[in-house]
Design a protein around this ligand. Sequence first.
Ligand SMILES: Cc1ncc(COP(=O)(O)O)c(C=O)c1O
Length: 392
Amino acid sequence: MDVKEVTEKHHLNVYKRFNLILKEGKGVKLFDDRGREYIDFLSGIGVNALGYNHEIVISVLREGIGKLLHVSNLFYTEELAHLLKKLSEVSGLPKIFFTNSGTESNELAIKMVRRYGSSKGKFEIIALKNSFHGRTMGSLSITGREKYHRGFKPLLNGVKFVPLNDRNAFLDAFTSETAGVFLETIQGEGGMRLIDRDYISFVREFTKEKDVLLVIDEVQTGMGRTGKFLSFMHFDIKPDIVTMAKALGGGLPMGAVLTREKVAEVMDYGSHGCTFGGNPLIAKISLSVLEFISRKEFLSEVNIKGEYLKMKLTEKLKGIPFVKGIGGMGLMVGIYIDEFKPREIAEKILDRGVIVGTSGEDTIRLLPPLIINKGEIDKGVEVISGVLKELS
Ligand SMILES: Cc1ncc(COP(=O)(O)O)c(C=O)c1O
């Protein structure tokens, strides 16, 4: 079968795929249909935090064969209870709901914001320009990129977009009807731009004072990606709601919404539900991945490797005129460029055996598996810098 031809013919034409058929993975390496090896600096866009075929994931999958694959949420399972206990411990947020994806987590967060505000007549949401929260109608409505809205309007009403790190714009957008604020600490899809410490602290204090909910979307930044279990932990703040997905399920679909008691109280029987959410097999995998990633030593390694990656990039990309900077936290790193389209560069890097992503209109996105080692970072940086130097 011609895999590419059949896929292009029958799949909805919404993805611009790279010219690569992937077959297998091991550690941070992927192999194509011709056995060619690639170093992965993208992790399935932030999903494969432990790389490919990690023994932790594989052993739980094996154990799961012959046991319960799915159980309705009308019943209890041990797997779910263990995961709930661990996730609430490491996040500091006691109440949790499981979903299948990031967009679904944000849908529920929007519902919680609306419900919490409803008794006080509040319903508006402030979100950031260039944010990304998903593709379903609610999360799309709070996604601050016009190109994703085209042809899908009317979206949710009462959503206002403000530029990142602009206090005055935030205060201008805030009204007595504001019910919630959605933030990402790094805009993963919107150009890998970082939130300022002063700004996030200010928004937290202001919303707390007004009893308005602060939601942090940790779909991409969570699960140790930035060197803390959740990225808000870098800023000494505590949000009211956190949304997660991507790496949470260890490569299988799982998302979560985490919150405080006072917010959880507004969600009563029947106010939300999800057939697959908290599936016992994925819950068990998620628990093992979580236990592995949330260890202090592991997270400190992520920080060290992230700093090393940025240091190596800075050293090797010095003097290239179209490279405007390098930013990010932990192993979530962006290379900001002008002149060239990031996709064009990503394709050239792929030709040399390294998989990287793009973000926004001007950024190369690096999200290597968190288990990457320094030697593999060196190899990846060598290829990336080689391509960028040739273009300059
Ligand atoms: C910050 C953020 N929120 C939400 C989403 C949507 O997640 P999903 O594709 O699982 O629906 C993404 C996906 O890239 C994301 O990066």
